[in-house]
Design a protein. Structure first.
Length: 75
């Protein structure tokens, strides 16, 4: 399960809610971009899938992992 957010630039932070424990935090997009790998799962019907990126994040409270989808506007 993933959460989708829009970002106007790589300087932004996106709000994330853990799907397991409900913890809320802000995840800087810059930190996501530094990951060694990115999960890409594009919708075949999407006009320009290059603007959509999925990242694996870990909840700082319960340490469980989930994916977060970021859509970069104007990239």
């Amino acid at each position: 399960m993933s959460q989708a957010y829009s970002s106007s630039s790589a300087q932004d932070a996106v709000p994330v809610t853990c799907i397991y424990c409900g913890h809320h935090w802000l995840q800087p997009v810059v930190e996501l971009e530094r990951q060694d790998w990115v999960l890409y799962r594009h919708d075949p019907a999407e006009d320009n899938p290059d603007y959509r990126r999925e990242y694996l994040v870990e909840c700082p409270k319960c340490s469980r992992r989930m994916t977060v989808t970021i859509r970069i506007k104007g990239a």
